[in-house]
Design a protein around this ligand. Structure first.
Ligand SMILES: NC(=O)c1ccc[n+]([C@@H]2O[C@H](COP(=O)([O-])OP(=O)(O)OC[C@H]3O[C@@H](n4cnc5c(N)ncnc54)[C@H](OP(=O)(O)O)[C@@H]3O)[C@@H](O)[C@H]2O)c1
Length: 290
């Protein structure tokens, strides 16, 4: 049996992994969140992985509030960078494969074509900067790693754009949504499946060598305005969505204007077909409303 530790398992991605885990009965999962296992607590992680004979860590724990991070850099760095260093060190010392999740916000948004894994990171805010530092810690310490950068995550769990738009769409006649930030939504269910597929593929290979950084989102490109419009149409809300410019939307953190990720590498190495973002909204809304 392959024993897998999932950290931050009560978040969006961790919850989706938990739901899908029953389909992977050759893998044994240990789901933890901050109450059971704080990723900042090096000794606690060390004894946990020894006790449970862990051979993979999937780190879904993170400080994910992009705006709050601007005013709380210390807390964001502690979880997104320093704690990740702990995980990477423990993984390296114990021959564990570390699957770590990162973000499109490591990029500045100056591109006009999808970002590849080897393009230079240039984060615009604290969240992106601390996430990039976490990535670098993983790359520098633990050779056996898979870093997956993803974007615009949504699911039936926790707080996310789709759930906010569904709620507001029921209450309001119209909503202003930013139309000049371009990216790709990611259904956390699809990313969770991909992570489990990757682990399965690695366990089936006698000698896996393609460790490194990968990009994953759903296929297709849109603005937050397009995404919001599709959510209202799919949910049959009557709410009208108006496109506004980023400069007219007040928030603490600067966001990249363009953060589309090139997914060729992950599709090729792990033989994946990725669904288009438009085709996944209905699946998520059904799970929320049924
Ligand atoms: N959400 C997005 O749009 C997005 C986009 C791109 C990339 N990502 C990345 O994708 C990954 C998963 O994101 P997500 O949306 O699933 O995040 P999430 O819903 O915020 O879940 C993160 C989980 O980690 C927990 N956590 C926080 N500090 C912890 C600690 N010290 N030890 C253990 N657990 C801790 C959180 O608990 P509390 O809730 O109690 O803090 C929460 O349950 C993250 O690495 C994130 O940076 C997310």
């Amino acid at each position: 049996m392959t024993n897998i530790l999932i950290t931050g398992s009560k978040g969006q991605l961790g919850s989706e992994i938990k739901e899908l885990s029953i389909q992977f009965n050759n893998l044994q999962f240990f789901f933890t969140d901050i109450e059971e296992l704080d990723i900042c607590a090096l000794d606690a992680i060390d004894s946990y992985i020894t006790d449970k004979q862990i051979s993979y860590i999937v780190n879904c724990a993170a400080y994910t509030n992009v705006d709050q991070a601007e005013e709380n850099e210390q807390a964001a760095k502690l979880i997104n960078a320093d704690a990740v260093k702990n995980l990477a060190t423990i993984a390296m010392q114990n021959n564990i494969i570390l699957v770590h999740i990162s973000t499109d916000y490591v990029f500045s948004g100056d591109n006009s074509t999808p970002y590849t894994e080897d393009q230079k990171a240039k984060p615009m805010g604290v969240y992106g900067r601390t996430k990039f530092e976490g990535e670098e810690n993983v790359r520098n310490i633990c050779q056996q790693h898979i870093i997956i950068r993803t974007s615009w995550l949504y699911s039936p769990f926790g707080k996310n754009f789709l759930k906010t738009m569904l709620g507001l769409g029921k209450e309001k006649d119209s909503l202003d949504v930013v139309g000049d930030q371009i990216g790709s939504p990611t259904y956390a269910h699809d990313l969770a499946y991909t992570i489990l597929h990757i682990i399965q593929s690695i366990t089936e290979k006698s000698h896996f060598t393609d460790f490194g950084t990968y990009h994953y989102s759903n296929e297709g490109v849109c603005s937050w305005y397009d995404f919001a419009t599709e959510i209202q149409n799919t949910s049959k809300n009557k709410c009208k969505i108006n496109s506004i410019e980023s400069k007219d939307f007040q928030c603490l953190a600067k966001r990249p204007h363009y953060s589309v990720l090139n997914k060729s590498k992950i599709k090729h190495i792990f033989t994946l077909e990725i669904p288009h973002w438009r085709s996944r909204i209905e699946h998520c809304i059904k799970r929320i409303t049924e």
